[in-house]
Design a protein around this ligand. Structure first.
Ligand code: ATP
Ligand code: MG
Length: 261
């Protein structure tokens, strides 16, 4: 049964989508069956997966609001070797329409219930807000990956996000965990980044991934070719970092399974 991981941070531009696309591709490259859900009306994860957000017949909107069958909504021909539920402007309407619906926080969870067994990992790329879309992602997920840039106010933002995740979890999803905190766009020559990184490890300990995503221009270029970075420049530091992250997540999952056995 798939592990469902939401990739969330209410702060914009911290590397959520880049992480969602490249982690999905890296996991798929290890022969895991992967589904990526683009819950962001910006549709960046969709375009970055080689699917034209303007051309798709169905999107996450249809899954969330119209009860369209999963098999009709899912895109199976991405450049990254994973399946995709597309996101585009229609998803904004889903947000509005869900507000009037019964069980509005659980629409995504219910839509995925029948297909969880078909995948090893389901990643959800969240929009930069704590909207009903993000609430749906967190209600459906087993855990959350929080990408963050090591900047001056990052820790404050992170504490606020953790509080929100915890209060949301207590109402909707008591099993929800923090999967890990991911340092993105990291520049080891930047002293502030190093300081913030140390504080982060001090506060959150083992939750901080050892793998660090460096600032790498290939990661920023790949989406304009509709491709995860590993199929655009496999020797780039960005490609290697996301493969390493996939490895770290798999090792951690194995450990957790052994510990609970
Ligand atoms: P939003 O909140 O708008 O959804 P996001 O958190 O999904 O943003 P991304 O879209 O992944 O963030 O990244 C923001 C910008 O930074 C993009 O232009 C992306 O290409 C670039 N970027 C992300 N990670 C890196 C990196 N490690 N090195 C260089 N550029 C990066
Ligand atoms: Mg994004």
């Amino acid at each position: 049964m798939a592990k469902i991981i939401a990739i969330a941070n209410q702060k914009g531009g911290v590397g959520k989508t880049t992480s969602a696309v490249n982690l999905a591709a890296s996991m798929a490259a290890t022969k895991r069956k992967v589904l990526l859900i683009d819950l962001d009306p910006q549709g960046n994860a969709t375009m970055g997966s080689g699917i034209d957000k303007y051309e798709v017949e169905f999107s996450a909107y249809d899954l969330l609001v119209e009860d369209t069958k999963f098999e009709d909504v899912v895109q199976t021909e991405t450049t990254g070797g994973y399946h995709l539920i597309a996101g585009n402007g229609d998803v904004t309407a889903a947000e509005v329409k869900m507000m009037e619906m019964f069980g509005r926080e659980l629409r995504l969870k219910n839509a995925l219930a029948g297909v969880r067994d078909n995948y090893d990992f389901i990643f959800i790329d969240c929009p930069p807000s704590l909207s009903m879309l993000t609430v749906n992602a967190m209600a459906a997920a087993d855990s959350v990956i929080v990408p963050m840039q090591c900047e001056y106010y990052a820790l404050e933002g992170l504490t606020a996000l953790m509080d929100t995740i915890n209060s949301l979890a207590s109402v909707l999803n008591p099993e929800l965990k923090i999967e890990g905190i991911l340092r993105t766009m990291y520049d080891p020559r930047n002293r502030l980044a190093n300081d913030v990184s140390e504080q982060l490890k001090h506060h959150f300990g083992e939750k901080v991934y050892r793998t660090v995503i460096p600032r790498n221009v290939r990661l920023a270029e790949a989406p304009s070719f509709g491709s995860p970075v590993m199929y655009y420049d496999k020797s780039s530091s960005g490609a290697k970092a996301y493969l390493a992250l996939a490895g770290e997540i798999l090792r951690r999952s194995d450990k957790a399974v052994k510990a609970s056995a």
